[in-house]
Design a binder for this molecule. Structure first.
Ligand SMILES: Cc1cc2nc3c(=O)[nH]c(=O)nc-3n(C[C@H](O)[C@H](O)[C@H](O)COP(=O)(O)OP(=O)(O)OC[C@H]3O[C@@H](n4cnc5c(N)ncnc54)[C@H](O)[C@@H]3O)c2cc1C
Length: 473
């Protein structure tokens, strides 16, 4: 029985945050229904045959350090509901033009062996954080509050608040460590000269050692399937092919509505029920750069110049620190990098369910200005060819998803923005406004990646929104 004033709740959207919110509410005794616009559940954790039959591609997310580290997901019996994590031999490879590669290994010491004279500097930066990762992530994957583990948090914060470019240059002497760190920090989708861009490099490097950069067997859809299976066990209901146009019929004094939506989506379904001041703030929310994504069906594994790349689930293609900085500085200025930094995953090397026998899949994207219509296909494939000559000869079919296509697939991906909106310093903590999950309308909440702690598949936004409902109701 619910202790909340709300005996019922409707969650709009079945992304990982929507499903996490629904599960936490159901565990709190609230009867929950999830309404999903698309024919299948999962939001950013969907998979499908995007190219050819029996080639299973991840439509959005592919690699999941944050899902494995998530304090909420770790409390759920997802493995009993079909989720199996695969850990490639190494989380990440970062190749260079001379055919060498720097590897992010699970072991910090083995990673240091790659880094020559920067071994000690890498160890000093990462090891204390990795050793206390559970406490660190417990403080990071939630809204900003007085940290429960202030020493670790302060150690993290001193480096995290810097720009990735600044930290890489001052902390490391050699190109290998600098480029490795820059590539990881580029997941922020920020200019690497911006404050706090270093934080993403630290979090994901620490996660690489602490929990790995895992991929789900048979694709990221399995995350959504496991969450939904557990939700149904708790009595929750999910209705697909059910786009919500307005909250008017849904919101009552006994029924809360949680929106797994972007601020723009919230305005669409509830704008007329919001105060003018709050509405204006949502209208000014910034979405940041977009993604330009390609999925490939391949005849062979990617023919990397450096064979070591085949040990990694993820490969970062961008060369040196200076090149990666130039690539990531372009989209915020409305420009397209000639040599874009490409994030590539090659799941079928580690998961035979992804492609027919001896065939393969690859997933990759680069960052572009929000809502860009520029064709980056050739530039992305040139970057892959640069480190894997002959790549184009392996392609059986490609599926190109520019920003508009991503947004068409999922309305939350405004202009191709993949993290629920820009995660710069202003929006990192107060997402989308200082109210965080609440809105001025009683019973109406936001629970998407546009709330803290932001983008990525971890479910923590949904969890904290649900806690707020249970507390406030
Ligand atoms: C190309 C790409 C690559 C990514 N790679 C990674 C990665 O490797 N690792 C990682 O951790 N994260 C990755 N992400 C980010 C991750 O997918 C998102 O941060 C995460 O999915 C956000 O979850 P969410 O629940 O907030 O929203 P979403 O997952 O976006 O789900 C929102 C859901 O709401 C539905 N919806 C929208 N409007 C309505 C409506 N009016 N009525 C009903 N339903 C509606 C949508 O259809 C969707 O199902 C990637 C994202 C993209 C796009």
């Amino acid at each position: 029985m619910s202790r909340s004033q709300f005996q019922h709740a409707t969650v709009i959207g079945s992304g990982p945050n929507g499903l996490a919110a629904a599960i936490e509410l159901a565990r709190g005794g609230v009867s929950v229904r999830v309404l999903e616009a698309q024919k299948t559940i999962g939001g950013g954790t969907r998979s499908g045959e995007l190219t050819l039959p029996d080639f299973v591609h991840d439509v959005c997310s592919a690699v999941h350090p944050l899902a494995v580290a998530s304090p909420f997901f770790r409390t759920l019996p997802l493995n009993s509901h079909g989720l199996e994590w695969i850990h490639p031999s190494a989380p990440l490879a970062h190749p260079f033009d001379d055919g060498t590669v720097v590897m992010l290994e699970r072991s910090i010491e083995e990673t240091c062996e790659n880094l020559g004279r920067d071994a000690a500097a890498y160890r000093k930066l990462i090891k204390p954080l990795a050793e206390d990762w559970e406490n660190l992530f417990a403080d990071l994957l939630r809204p900003l509050r007085i940290p429960r583990h202030p020493l670790t948090f302060a150690r993290f914060g001193l480096s995290a608040m810097r720009s990735a470019n600044g930290l890489a240059k001052s902390h490391f002497e050699g190109e290998r460590a600098r480029a490795l760190f820059a590539g990881i920090a580029a997941h922020s989708m920020l200019s690497l000269d911006q404050a706090f861009s270093a934080s993403f490099g630290l979090v994901l490097a620490v996660a690489g050692h602490a929990v790995g950069w895992a991929i789900p067997r048979s694709g990221s859809q399995k995350i959504a399937d496991a969450l939904s299976s557990y939700l149904r066990l708790l009595g929750g209901e999910i209705i697909t092919d059910s786009r919500v146009e307005s909250i008017d019929e849904l919101l009552t004094s006994k029924r809360a509505v949680l929106c797994d939506l972007s601020p723009r989506g919230l305005l669409k379904v509830a704008g007329h029920r919001l105060s003018e001041n709050y509405r204006r703030k949502l209208e000014h929310y910034r979405y940041g750069s977009g993604a330009y994504k390609i999925d490939w069906a391949l005849n062979n594994p990617i023919p990397w110049k450096s064979a070591e790349c085949a040990r990694a689930g993820t490969v970062h293609l961008g060369g040196t620190l200076a090149e990666i900085v130039a690539s990531e500085n372009a989209p915020p200025k409305g420009k397209h990098a000639d040599q874009p930094f490409v994030l590539l995953a090659q799941p079928s090397l580690f998961d035979s369910t992804r492609a027919p026998k001896e065939k393969h899949t690859a997933w990759g994207y680069c960052h572009v200005p929000n809502d860009s219509t520029f064709d980056m296909t050739e530039r992305i494939e040139n970057q892959i060819e640069r480190f894997a000559p002959g790549f184009r000869d392996c392609i059986l079919r490609r599926k190109v998803s520019p920003p508009a296509e991503l947004e068409c697939h999922n309305a939350n991906l405004v202009g191709g923005s993949i993290n629920g909106g820009s995660q710069d310093i202003r929006q990192l903590f107060l997402r989308p406004t200082a109210r965080l999950y609440s809105t001025p309308t009683k019973g109406l909440y936001l629970c998407s990646a546009s709330t803290p702690p932001g983008g990525g598949v971890h479910g923590m936004c949904g969890y904290f929104a649900a806690r707020r409902v249970l507390r406030e109701g």
